[in-house]
Design a binder for this molecule. Sequence first.
Ligand code: FAD
Length: 293
Amino acid sequence: PAALAELRATGRPSISFEFGPPRDDAAEAVFWQTIRVLEPLAPTFVSVTYGAGGSTRDRTVRITQQLAQTTTLTPVGHLTCVGASRSELRRVIGEYADAGVRNIMALRGDPKEGPRAPWTPHPDGLNYAVELVRLARELGSFGVGVAAFPDVHPASTDLDADARVLALKAEAGAQFAVTQFFFTPDDYFRLVDRVAALGCDIPILPGIMPVTSVKSIQRMAELSGADMPAQLIERLHAVADDPAAVRAVGVDVATELGSALLEGGAPGLHFYTMNRSTATLEVYERLGLAARV
Ligand code: FAD
């Protein structure tokens, strides 16, 4: 997003919020309530992830279009290469553009068996996110974002390979990267250093997720390959029977992480909101972000 370059020039942190596609109309009502609560924070951008199937994809595209048309927010339209021909990918990019969505998050996506399963592209599709970055750049003057992985991508050999892939995506025209969620600041700075060592200065926004339930976070960490430090697991398990206390620990942990990242020079914070506003708002306030942005 254009605002990201402006913020970068001023050194003020970027704030952004990610959501998942609501499952049904009731969940969509909760989503819009969350949007109305977070909208006054004037984030740099917001985004809704792109699922595996037809109806959830349609919902993502429609909601992202509505964000562009009915709110003051800047939406980034997520798109993956999973099960899609080039012409389908062109069509979705066109649908985003027609509604005034000027930024695309170009992702490969995962096989439906999970991120470690062998990847098979659509016969007339794209193999890697870098090709989708090129396609989006060819089709219009989009701002293009890509994924990055502080804890090493689940199917990647090592961090150096991940850093090279990110540098390739930047060379292909990606202007910003957002990381998978993670819990250890050093993991993020290690990735930033490796990418910089390749001569690439793409801004890498660290993704943070305030933990609100022990079970869901463990499942998500397993899927994404995020390392949960033993100390964090202990802190959560010590209060596992008390949902309010788990949430409080989650907010503490995300605040400590966000603070360390900003102190260390991260260009901003990207919040995985789980479509709720309260935990994100608490972390935002505890970090004094209203005064910083
Ligand atoms: P790629 O950059 O293509 O990388 C995929 C794998 O291929 C990696 O192991 C990489 O090391 C390897 N690779 C890449 N290029 C090359 C190359 N040239 N040569 C050899 N190996 C290569 N998933 C969804 O389904 N929907 C979403 O909306 C969504 N949003 C996301 C948002 C963020 C911020 C993040 C971090 C992830 C998101 N994901 C989403 C998950 C993502 O699609 C998966 O993590 C996927 O496994 C990797 O996507 P990628 O875009 O990084 O793929």
